[in-house]
Write a protein that binds this ligand. Structure first.
Ligand SMILES: [Zn+2]
Length: 122
């Protein structure tokens, strides 16, 4: 369990969960195919990152639920105002943190399946 939390944390920080040094992304939206430091392949097969959507949805749901609860305690707003606020918040949160969510999923994948180098690389 601790190993998965640690790998997810490294991924959250957009570093390779295998070595902790290489960057997962080389640009704002462009993901590296493999780690520049240890050479493991980040996307082993198509569909590997479907789990990142689940991670993103789960984390966003928890953050929004906590936010809704906190705002209900602090302010007396209508239900429509809450829907508007939290819809906008969830969209912005998802767009701005999706890279990190993908990093978390990469960490989980690394612990569950093991990220490996390409067969023909050294
Ligand atoms: Zn690496």
């Amino acid at each position: 369990m601790w190993e998965m939390v640690k790998a997810a944390w490294v991924g959250l920080r957009l570093r390779c969960p295998a070595c902790g040094r290489g960057r997962i992304y080389r640009g704002l939206t462009t993901m590296n195919e493999e780690c520049s430091h240890c050479g493991v392949v980040f996307e082993r097969e198509e569909g590997d990152f479907l789990g990142a959507v689940v991670v993103a949805y789960s984390i966003t749901s928890v953050v929004v639920a906590i936010g809704v609860y906190a705002l209900i305690m602090l302010a007396d707003l209508s239900a429509m105002t809450h829907v508007l606020i939290w819809s906008i918040f969830a969209t912005v949160f998802l767009v701005t943190t999706y890279r990190n969510m993908k990093g978390i999923w990469l960490g989980i994948l690394h612990v569950m399946m093991g990220l490996k180098r390409r067969e023909n690389s050294q």
